[in-house]
Design a protein around this ligand. Structure first.
Ligand code: NAD
Length: 468
C-alpha cells in the first residue's frame, strides 16, 4: 500500500508528522501516512509550474492518447483500486468497482471533447480568433466520499486543457488517489501531475500559494468559503462544488414502486454520503403513507456490514465525526416527534455503522430536514399543493440538485423550471453525466464541472485580433 507523495514523478516520503487512515468498517488503522511539509508543497507547485512550460504545448491528439492509456491501466487495476476504496472509504466492493469504472469512463469521455477556437469576422475587416488557453498550475483538493472519482473529475479536465496539477486528497481517504496519481505518472511527463498528503493546513497552503492559478475544490461549504476568501490576493480562478440539501418532490401520479426503488438508491447512495443525494423527500399527501412504508421496507431489507463482505449491501459511514453527527440528527428528529419507520437492526460492535433510516412526520425547523445530513437517514415530508412544496423546498441556502417524480413529464418539467438548483432530475436523482454541466446554485457552489462548459473553466479566453 503506497503512502508516498508523488512530486516531479518521484515517490517521496512526507516530512511532516504521520497521520492514520482508519478503516471505517472496523476502526483499525489501515495505513500510517507521513504528511507533506510546507517545503514539499512548494516543491510540488514548483515542479508543476516547470512542467507546464512544455505540457502546455502538447497536442490534443497526444493528450487524448495518454488519456486512453491511463484509462486502460485504471481498468486493468480495477480490483486493486476498488479494494483500496472499500478499505479506506467503507462503500461496498461492487460500489467501489463502479467508482473505478465510472472514473475510467469519464476519462475516455473527455477524449471526445474538442477545445474550441471561435472565429469572428469583424465588420471592420479584421478577423478575431478567441482561443481557450491553459491557466498554469491547478490545485485540486478532494473530499472523502468518492475519493477516486472526484479526483478524476478534477485532474483530467485540468490536464486535458494542458494545465499541470497538484492534488491533495482527503486525509481520511488518500490511498486510492495515490494509486490514481501513480498510474497517471506512468504516462505523463514529470511534474505534470503531483500529489501531496496532509490535513486541512496542507490544503490551505496549496490553495493559497501565489503560483497556483486555479483551485478546484469539492467539499464542505465552510472550507469552500475559506478557499475563496484566500484566492483574492492573487485573483485565482476558483471552482467550488459544495454541500447540498437536495429535495425530491413526488407528485400524486408518480409510479410508486419504481420511484421507491430509485429514491432509496439515490438517498442512500454511498450510505447517503453523496453531494447530490436526495436528502429531503416531499411526498404528496395522497400517496404519503404507501411510499413511506415502501421506502422503509427497502431500507429494512439491507444487509449492513463490512463492504468487503459479498453478502453486505450497505457499508459504514466513513468517519467517526460523520457517524456521531448523523446519529445525533436521528436522535434529535425522534425527540421532536419524528417517526422512525425502519426497524432497529443489530449492527457490528466496532465500525461506524448506521442502518438506513426513514423518518416520517417531520417538518422544516428540525435539523435533519434543514441541514445536510450527509449520511444514511432520509426525512419524508408531506405536501398538498405544488405551489406550497416549491416554496418549502426552495427555502434553503443550498441549491445543488432536486428532482420531480411524475408520469406527466410536461408538468414535471414545468415544476423543474421553478426549482432553484443547478440540476433537476425527472424520475431519477443523482445520476450524473460527463456531458452535462453540474454545479450548485446559492451556497452549493461556484462555477460548474463537466461538459464543455465545465472543461473550459480550466482555461482563459485569449482573443487574437488579426488585421490584414
Ligand atoms: P471538507 O471541506 O472538510 O474537506 C474537503 C477537503 O478540503 C479535504 O481534503 C480537507 O483536508 C481539505 N481542507 C480542509 N480545510 C481546508 C482549508 N482551510 N483549505 C483548503 N483545504 C482544506 O469536506 P469533507 O467533509 O471532506 O466532504 C464532505 C462535504 O463535501 C459535504 O458537505 C458534501 O456535500 C461535499 N461534497 C460536495 C460535492 C459536490 O460536487 N458538490 C461532492 C462531494 C462532496
Amino acid at each position: 500500500m503506497n503512502t508516498d507523495l508523488i512530486i516531479h514523478g518521484q515517490a517521496i516520503q512526507g516530512e511532516a508528522p504521520v497521520f492514520s487512515v482508519i478503516n471505517p468498517a472496523n476502526e483499525a488503522v489501515l495505513a500510517k501516512v507521513a504528511g507533506a511539509s510546507m517545503a514539499q508543497v512548494n516543491q510540488a507547485i514548483d515542479s508543476a509550474a516547470e512542467a507546464f512550460k512544455l505540457w502546455k504545448n502538447t497536442t490534443d491528439d497526444s493528450v487524448n492518447e495518454l488519456f486512453l492509456k491511463i484509462a486502460a491501466d485504471i481498468r486493468a487495476a480495477k480490483d486493486e483500486i476498488a479494494k483500496l476504496i472499500t478499505l479506506e472509504q467503507g462503500k461496498t466492493l461492487p460500489m467501489a468497482q463502479f467508482e473505478v469504472e465510472a472514473g475510467a469512463g469519464w476519462i475516455e469521455y473527455l477524449t471526445s471533447l474538442e477545445i474550441p477556437v471561435e472565429t469572428i469576422a469583424d465588420p471592420s475587416g479584421k478577423t478575431i480568433k478567441v482561443y481557450n488557453r491553459p491557466l498554469g498550475v491547478v490545485a485540486s483538493v478532494t473530499p472523502w466520499n468518492w475519493p477516486f472519482m472526484i479526483a478524476v473529475w478534477h485532474i483530467f479536465p485540468a490536464l486535458k486543457t494542458k494545465n499541470c496539477v497538484v492534488n491533495k486528497p482527503s486525509e481520511y481517504t488518500p490511498l486510492s488517489t495515490i494509486k490514481l496519481v501513480e498510474i497517471i505518472n506512468r504516462h505523463v511527463p514529470q511534474g505534470v501531475c503531483n500529489i501531496v498528503l496532509g490535513k486541512g493546513n496542507i490544503g490551505q497552503a496549496l490553495t493559497e500559494h501565489p503560483a497556483v492559478n486555479k483551485v478546484a475544490f469539492t467539499g464542505s461549504t465552510r472550507t469552500g468559503q475559506s478557499i475563496l476568501s484566500h484566492s483574492v490576493t492573487s485573483l485565482k480562478s476558483v471552482v467550488l462544488e459544495l454541500g447540498g440539501n437536495d429535495a425530491g418532490i413526488v407528485l400524486e401520479d408518480a409510479d410508486i414502486d419504481a420511484a421507491a426503488e430509485k429514491i432509496f438508491g439515490s438517498a442512500f447512495l454511498n450510505a447517503g454520503q453523496t453531494c447530490a443525494a436526495l436528502k429531503r423527500l416531499y411526498v404528496h399527501e395522497s400517496i404519503y403513507d404507501v411510499l413511506t412504508a415502501k421506502l422503509a421496507a427497502i431500507a429494512d431489507a439491507q444487509v449492513v456490514g463490512d463492504g468487503m463482505d459479498a453478502q453486505v449491501s450497505f457499508g459504514p459511514v466513513q468517519n467517526k465525526m460523520q457517524y456521531e453527527k448523523v446519529k445525533a440528527l436521528i436522535a434529535d428528529a425522534a425527540a421532536q416527534g419524528g417517526q422512525i419507520m425502519t426497524a432497529s437492526k443489530r449492527l457490528p460492535e466496532s465500525g461506524y455503522y448506521i442502518a438506513p433510516t426513514i423518518i416520517a412526520n417531520v417538518q422544516e425547523g428540525i435539523a435533519v430536514v434543514d441541514e445536510e445530513q450527509f449520511g444514511p437517514v432520509l426525512p419524508v415530508l408531506k405536501f398538498s399543493t405544488v405551489d406550497e412544496v416549491l416554496q418549502r423546498s426552495n427555502a434553503t441556502e443550498f441549491g445543488l440538485g432536486g428532482s420531480v417524480w411524475s408520469k406527466n413529464l410536461e408538468r414535471a418539467e414545468q415544476i423543474a423550471g421553478r426549482m432553484e438548483t443547478g440540476t433537476v432530475w425527472i424520475n431519477s436523482h443523482s445520476d450524473l453525466s460527463p456531458a452535462a454541466a453540474f454545479g450548485g446554485w446559492k451556497m452549493s457552489g461556484l462555477g460548474y464541472s463537466f461538459g464543455l462548459d465545465g472543461l473550459l473553466l480550466f482555461t482563459h479566453k485569449q482573443a487574437v485580433h488579426i488585421t490584414p
